[in-house]
Write a protein that binds this ligand. Structure first.
Ligand SMILES: N[C@@H](CCC(=O)N[C@@H](CS)C(=O)NCC(=O)O)C(=O)O
Length: 375
């Protein structure tokens, strides 16, 4: 028995037994192959929960359960909306950016959850609020401890995936929508009477077709593409995903050499959707999701484009790099069992992102291209 009556530490017990049996050398092959088989099977079970897959063991993202288009939101709900997000999540990040650009902070209050060790979204009452950084905190609409509780509290309950972003109607106590693209469309054009910046249109009619075209390329290959790399459960599925990801990044890099934004001279919803993946690329996806063919910083146009968007003050305020790093490296246990966070080569991410982007010279070209859509 230990002197302070504490139970023996199982790890030191295990290491004493292995030392006794095999000294300092590795345990025999049989033990290694048994542990390997057990670990691999457990990994497959965990991955199948984390990331549902197709027959090639490629990741297939489950569809969102609650959908809503701007004109489908009941009028009485528009004044009682509440947004739930998590800072590591690129899908939730889209909604924070459009909310900030449109000036909807007062009209749509936000509650920020953080990932717990079991991967579920949790609220914290003890959060230290830092006025310079967006930080997680309590559930301001329902006072719940977890997002699961909020979903469950809707009339009729809910037992599915409790994902962010989630738009909640605080009066009706109902989930309005949990699909990021629907939410950013609603924020862009459905709440103009409540917005501080109603004149901004991130999806103007002449650009709509172009935006849809870019989304249809970028969503499967880049936004979801990085997840298809990281959550692949076979070499074949990973190879397909990683090639499609980098082929698409090459195409965008080329396009951005002569176009300031994806659709020409103005920022659109397509840029917001690409940005939230790019901003996480070198910090997370390059390392944790094995998106290793290149780092984003090796693409001069894409990196400068990302910097230009980051340098919009309302956008920078939605980025919390500490929360992003911790959210991925500490929570995605099957991908990083030791929870060790890698060191990044450059200084602070914020400083790198403040370097000049020099994309103003593309303004004229971009403007003339966008004029083409109008005519
Ligand atoms: N298609 C959804 C995806 C949302 C999503 O997958 N969110 C993740 C965080 S990045 C989540 O909340 N996962 C929790 C879970 O699956 O239980 C959207 O674009 O809004």
């Amino acid at each position: 028995m230990s002197s302070n009556n504490q139970p023996p530490d199982p790890t030191s017990l295990l290491s004493s037994v292995t030392k006794l049996l095999w000294g300092r050398s590795l345990p025999p092959g049989l033990l290694i192959s048994t542990v390997r088989t057990a670990w691999h099977s457990t990994w497959r079970i965990m991955m199948s929960q984390l990331a549902p897959s197709d027959p090639t063991l490629g990741y297939t993202r489950p569809p969102s359960k609650f959908r809503a288009l701007p004109n489908q939101i009941p009028l009485q709900s528009q004044t009682s909306l509440h947004l739930y997000v998590g800072l590591p999540c690129p899908w939730a990040h889209r909604t924070l950016i459009v909310r900030a650009l449109k000036g909807l902070e007062d009209a749509v209050p936000v509650s920020i959850a953080s990932p717990g060790l079991d991967g579920s979204w949790q609220f914290s009452n003890s959060a230290i609020s830092d006025p310079n950084t967006i930080t997680p905190g309590p559930d301001k609409a329902n006072g719940c401890k977890t997002l699961k509780e909020v979903y469950k509290s809707r009339a009729g309950g809910y037992d599915g995936r409790s994902t962010v972003p989630m738009l909640w109607d605080a009066k009706r106590k109902e989930v309005v929508c949990n699909e990021s693209y629907d939410i950013i469309q609603l924020f862009n054009s459905g709440l103009n009477e409540l917005a501080r910046n109603p004149g901004l249109d991130l999806s103007p009619p002449p650009f709509k077709q172009k935006i849809e075209k870019w989304n249809s390329i970028i969503y499967p290959n880049v936004n979801n593409g990085v997840y298809r790399c990281g959550f692949a459960q076979s070499q074949q599925a990973y190879d397909t995903a990683v090639n499609e990801l980098f082929d698409t990044l090459d195409t965008i890099e080329d396009h951005l050499s002569s176009s300031r934004y994806l659709c020409g001279g103005e920022l659109t919803l397509a840029d917001v959707c690409l940005f939230t993946t790019l901003i996480r690329f070198d910090l997370v996806y390059n390392v944790l999701f094995k998106c290793t063919k290149k780092k984003l910083i090796e693409y001069p146009n894409l990196h400068a484009y990302m910097r230009e968007i980051y340098q919009i003050p309302e956008v920078a305020e939605t980025c919390n790099f500490t929360a992003i790093m911790e959210g991925y490296y500490k929570t995605l246990f099957p991908l990083n069992p030791g929870s060790i966070q890698p060191v990044m080569p450059a200084g602070s991410e914020h400083e790198v992102l403040l370097r000049p982007h020099n994309r103003d010279s593309l303004l004229l070209q971009g403007k003339s291209e966008s004029a083409l859509y109008v005519s």
